[in-house]
Write a new protein. Structure first.
Ligand code: HEC
Length: 165
């Protein structure tokens, strides 16, 4: 029983660590091996909807008859780069559910959390990012930095565990 409890608390700890990483910072998305691995994942899991050249589906800003939006492009012409890396990670992992979309939002974008590991998701984002122009990539890096700064400003050190009182 003891060891079961210990195992369970270890699992909880691991889950918490995973969560921190989830909502936390992106790893180095410039690493060429990430981009190469991500290219394969993109072709297998994303290209069917978002296009082999990241061009998206035709008329992607117009809702279809069923009320759902077509898949947007992931290149410079889309708005993927308007979202910071952590947010993009969340969308790919969880799909367009709250907090990424309103409750009961109907979307054709699947959640990939059960199919792709966190590393795979970062890799595919690294690939998408590698296809942006240098200007767009620089703007996205500035966005990521701003979001990181905002997080650092709003996290209260007083509630962090292990802080001496
Ligand atoms: C079955 C079709 C389909 C597949 C496969 C798919 N997507 Fe999507 N994706 C969509 C649609 C449709 C939307 C727009 C949904 C909406 O706004 O309702 C979308 C939206 C997104 C968004 C938000 C984009 C933005 O500009 O705001 C991201 C990021 C994304 N997809 C990434 C991916 C990645 C990465 C993969 C592969 C791992 C993938 N998608 C696979 C259909 C798909």
């Amino acid at each position: 029983m003891r060891s079961l409890i210990r195992t369970l608390s270890l699992i909880t700890l691991m889950a918490l660590t995973a969560c921190t990483r989830h909502s936390g910072e992106a790893p180095n998305l410039n690493a060429p091996e990430r981009v190469a691995a991500g290219q394969i994942i993109y072709a297998q899991h994303c290209a069917a909807c978002h296009g082999a050249k990241l061009e998206g589906q035709p008329d992607w800003t117009t809702r279809q008859a069923n009320g759902r939006l077509p898949a947007p492009p992931h290149d410079d012409s889309g708005h993927t780069w308007h979202h910071d890396s952590a947010l993009l990670f969340g969308i790919v992992k969880s799909g367009l559910v709250p907090p990424y979309a309103p409750p009961h939002y109907l979307s054709d974008m699947p959640a990939f959390g059960a199919r792709l590991s966190d590393e795979d998701i970062w890799n595919v984002l690294a690939f998408i990012r590698s296809r942006w122009s240098p200007e767009v990539r620089a703007r996205h890096e500035a966005l990521d930095a701003a979001v990181r700064q905002q997080r650092a400003d709003t996290s209260s050190p007083d509630i962090s565990p292990g802080r001496p009182r």
